[in-house]
Design a protein around this ligand. Structure first.
Ligand code: AMP
Ligand code: GLY
Length: 423
C-alpha cells in the first residue's frame, strides 16, 4: 500500500514513523517533510497547501491512503480535492474544517448545541471591541477568527494589552484576513488538557489523553506558541472527567454536525480547560495536535495504519494503549515564536539516536550539504518512554544534554504540572 503523509513538522514525523512500522505499507511519501522524515519517506516537493497539485500527484502515483497532518490543507479543502478523484484521505472536508478555521463558527456551533465553553462576543470594529473590553475588564482572551499558526490567541491581563492586541488584529491586521474578525472571550481558570478522538460520521474512538505546554516560558509565562512540550497520558483527565468530555462535548459535537448536515471523518482535537465547573472547550482543531501527537502515537500499540484504514472504512476499532508514559520536550530556535533564527548547524543527534527509550522527531530541520541545520521555530522533539512520568522526564532531559545548536531554547518544566496528581 502506498501512503502519503502531508506536512512538515514533528507531528508528521511521528505519523510517518508509526505508519512505516505497518506491514501493510509498501511505499511512504511525504509532502514536503523535514530532514527526519526524508530518512524514512520519499520526498514530494509540493507544498502542503497546494491541494490541487497534491491531489494530482496522488492520482498519478496511485496513492492508496493519505494522512493529513496540519490544519491549513484541510481548511483549503484537500479532502474535497482528493475525494473528487476517488482517492482515500483521512481528514475532514473544507466545510467541517471550519470548526478550526473559524473561531466564530466554532463558538456559534458550541452555543447552538449547548457545548460548554467560555462566554464570548464577536467583533470586526476596533472601537466597538475596545468599548466592550473596557466594559467587561480583564483578564480577557482575544482571538483572531482565522488560522494563525497557534499564535492568534492572546490572554490579556491588562486593559492596555487588550487594546494593543485589538489594534494589532483589527487595525494592523497582523494575520491578514484571519484577524479581520476577533472573538473576545471570558478568561477560564483551570488546568488545560488535550482530548483527541477519531470520528467517522456517528462513530468515534478516543486516542490516549495528553497535555501540551502552550506558553513559551517556564511556569506558563510568555506568549502562546504552537506547543513547547507534551506528555501522555495526563492525570488531569481522570475517568470521571473523561466520561463528561465524551457525553458533554464529543457526543454533542457529533450530534450537532449531523443536525447541520456536515459529514465529519478525521481527527478532532478538543482543547480543554478543566475548570471547577467541569471540562470546557477552549478550541477545536481538526487534526492531531503538535506536539501531542508524538507521545500519543508512541503510546499506541496498534498497527496504526491498519487501524486508521479500518476506521476510515467504517469498521469498529479499538486503540490499545501502552501503560508506559511518554514525555516530549520541544527544542526551539532563538526568537521563536515571533522571529525564529534559522540555518544553525545541529550537533549531537547521532548519539541520541541510539539511546534506549528515546525517540527523536524532527520539526524544522533540513540538510545543507553534509550538515543538518535548523529551518524553523520548533526544531526537534526529544521524546522518551518511562515506567513513570518522572522516569520519562529524566530520560528526555538526559538526552537533550547531547544536542546543541546556536540559540537552542527549551522549557525545563515539561510534565511538572502532572506531579501534583501523582504523589
Ligand atoms: P486557543 O488557540 O483558542 O486554544 O488558545 C490558545 C491558548 O490560549 C489556550 O491553549 C489557552 O492556554 C489560552 N486560552 C484560550 N482561551 C482561553 C480562555 N477562555 N481562558 C483562559 N485561557 C485561554
Ligand atoms: N499543540 C497545540 C496544537 O496542536 O494546536
Amino acid at each position: 500500500m502506498k501512503v502519503l503523509v502531508v506536512g512538515n513538522g514533528g507531528r508528521e514525523h511521528a505519523i510517518a514513523w508509526k505508519v512505516s512500522k505497518s506491514p501493510l505499507m509498501t511505499k511512504l511519501y511525504v509532502a514536503k517533510g523535514n530532514a527526519g522524515i526524508w530518512e524514512i519517506a520519499e520526498r514530494v516537493d509540493i507544498s502542503p497547501t497546494d491541494v490541487k497539485s497534491l491531489a494530482e500527484f496522488a492520482s498519478k502515483e496511485s496513492i492508496d491512503f493519505t494522512i493529513v497532518g496540519p490544519e491549513a490543507p484541510l481548511v483549503e479543502g484537500i479532502v474535497d480535492e482528493f475525494e473528487k478523484r476517488n482517492l482515500k484521505i483521512f481528514g475532514p472536508s473544507k466545510e467541517a474544517a471550519k470548526l478550526e478555521g473559524s473561531k466564530a463558527f466554532a463558538k456559534a456551533f458550541m452555543k447552538k448545541y449547548n457545548i460548554p465553553t467560555a462566554k464570548y462576543e464577536v467583533f470586526t470594529d476596533f472601537e466597538e471591541a475596545k468599548k466592550y473590553v473596557e466594559k467587561v475588564g480583564t483578564p480577557i482572551v482575544i482571538k483572531a477568527d482565522g488560522l494563525a499558526a497557534g499564535k492568534g490567541a492572546v490572554v490579556c491581563e491588562t486593559l492596555e494589552k487588550a487594546i494593543e492586541t485589538l489594534d494589532k488584529f483589527l487595525n494592523k491586521k497582523v494575520f491578514g484576513r484571519a484577524s479581520e474578525k476577533v472573538v473576545i472571550e471570558e478568561f477560564l481558570e483551570g488546568e488545560e488538557a488535550s482530548y483527541i478522538v477519531m470520528i467517522n460520521g456517528d462513530k468515534y474512538v478516543p486516542l490516549p489523553t495528553s497535555q501540551d505546554h502552550k506558553r513559551l516560558l517556564e511556569g506558563d509565562k510568555g506568549p502562546n506558541t504552537g506547543g513547547m512540550g507534551a506528555y501522555s497520558p495526563t492525570p488531569v483527565i481522570n475517568k470521571e472527567i473523561e466520561e463528561r468530555i465524551k457525553k458533554e462535548i464529543v457526543e454533542k459535537v457529533i450530534e450537532g454536525l449531523k443536525k447541520e448536515g456536515i459529514f465529519y471523518r478525521g481527527f478532532l482535537y478538543v482543547g480543554l480547560m478543566i475548570t471547577k465547573g467541569g471540562p470546557k472547550v477552549l478550541e477545536f482543531n481538526v487534526r492531531l495536535g503538535d506536539p501531542e501527537a508524538q507521545p500519543i502515537l508512541m503510546r499506541i500499540k496498534n498497527d496504526f495504519l491498519e487501524t486508521l484504514i479500518n476506521f476510515y472504512e467504517g469498521k469498529d476499532v479499538k486503540i490499545e494503549e501502552s501503560d508506559r508514559w511518554v514525555l516530549d520536550v520541544v527544542l526551539a530556535s532563538k526568537g521563536y515564536p515571533e522571529k525564529p533564527e534559522t540555518g544553525k548547524i545541529i550537533h549531537g543527534l547521532d548519539y541520541v539516536k541510539n539511546v534506549e527509550d528515546v525517540i527523536l522527531f524532527h520539526a524544522g530541520t533540513k540538510k545543507e550539504g553534509e550538515f543538518l541545520v535548523t529551518s524553523g521555530g520548533r526544531v526537534l522533539n526529544v521524546c522518551a518512554y518511562g515506567n513513570t512520568l518522572k522516569e520519562a522526564k529524566e530520560k528526555a532531559y538526559e538526552a537533550i544534554k547531547y544536542i546543541c545548536f546556536e540559540g537552542m531554547y527549551y522549557r525545563r518544566d515539561i510534565g511538572d504540572k502532572a506531579f501534583k496528581y501523582l504523589s
